[in-house]
Design a protein around this ligand. Structure first.
Ligand code: NAD
Length: 276
């Protein structure tokens, strides 16, 4: 199964479908990421704050998959915003991951109250220039945060990783991304299981029409919308199911029906208010 790739604004490519490891128990991460690699995933999304970079690194080592066939993302945690702290944070993440560089390094949250994300972004540019991250981007950034980065640096973030699922479609940020050549990554693509997304009649009907599950329909909707997506599951069967989304295609009418589910239904933290 060939996963489509997108070309980022710095010319590097990213597999559009990956595997996320938020809330994957550090003790189980090696096994679960090994299941994902076995299922065919080559793009793994982790973060320093998930506490499981060591397990991701072990699974990579054990797999024997050549480094250039893998796409590994990690994220700089809020308490590491700043210049020297960012340099230290990437070194620690690389050590845990047993890697010389990550493919993508993200500022995890803007934390506008700290007012350090622009300084941190300038450090991210240096981290990239030092070869420790091939591409750099942000996560949970809103338009004003992105505009400040645009005005104060010479790099448009390669991606913004944001909460995005059928009832929370982030049209403003997607439009900004399209205008400025910044790709959009979806976190919580299945609504984090926090509401009955998969029980919604529109999704059930579309799933039945294709003989697939509502989760597969939602992942397919992300892919056909041009969004990068990395659903998480601890179960080997669902890990495989979530990767098995290239044997069917949603029609324009089905895409429109899912587009119509947008309801401003944020299930995670509001980046403007987050103080963790
Ligand atoms: P998700 O939307 O991927 O939901 C995961 C939950 O959906 C699982 O706990 C599981 O119960 C359920 N699920 C998975 N596959 C299923 C299937 N086939 N059928 C039925 N239920 C299924 O939520 P997530 O893990 O929060 O988001 C995905 C990834 O995004 C994370 O693992 C992480 O890498 C990233 N993320 C980033 C941020 C950020 O602030 N940047 C925040 C949250 C998550």
């Amino acid at each position: 199964m060939t996963v489509p790739t997108l070309t980022l604004n710095d010319g590097h490519t990213i597999p559009q479908l990956g595997f996320g490891v938020f809330k994957v128990d550090p003790d189980e991460t090696e096994r679960i990421v090994s299941d994902a690699l076995e299922a065919g995933y080559r793009h793994i999304d982790t973060a320093a704050v998930y506490g499981n970079e060591i397990g991701v690194g072990r699974a990579i080592q054990k797999s024997g998959i050549p480094r250039d066939e893998l796409f590994i993302t990690t994220k700089l945690w809020n308490s590491d915003q700043g210049t020297q702290s960012a340099f230290d944070a990437i070194d620690l993440s690389l050590e845990k991951l047993q890697l010389d560089s990550v493919n993508l390094y993200l500022i995890h949250w803007p934390r506008p109250d700290l007012d350090k994300y622009l300084e941190t972004w300038l450090a991210m540019e240096q981290i990239r220039d030092a070869g420790k991250a091939t591409s750099i981007g942000v996560s949970n950034f809103h338009v004003p945060h992105l505009e400040k980065i645009l005005a104060g640096s010479s790099t448009v973030p390669a991606v913004d990783q944001i909460e995005l699922h059928p009832t929370f479609q982030q049209r403003e940020l997607r439009a900004w991304g399209a205008e400025h050549g910044m790709a959009i990554e979806a976190w919580g693509p299945l609504g984090q299981g926090k509401y009955d997304l998969l029980g919604m009649p529109a999704l059930q009907q579309i799933a039945a029409a294709h003989g697939v599950t509502p989760a597969q329909v939602v992942i397919r909707w992300h892919l056909q919308s041009g969004i990068i997506v990395f659903p998480k599951s601890n179960s080997a069967e669902r890990i495989r199911q979530n990767f098995d989304v290239f044997g069917f295609e949603l029609t324009a009418a089905e895409m429109a029906a899912i587009d119509a589910l947008d309801a401003g239904n944020r299930v995670g933290a509001d980046p403007e208010m987050a103080t963790f």
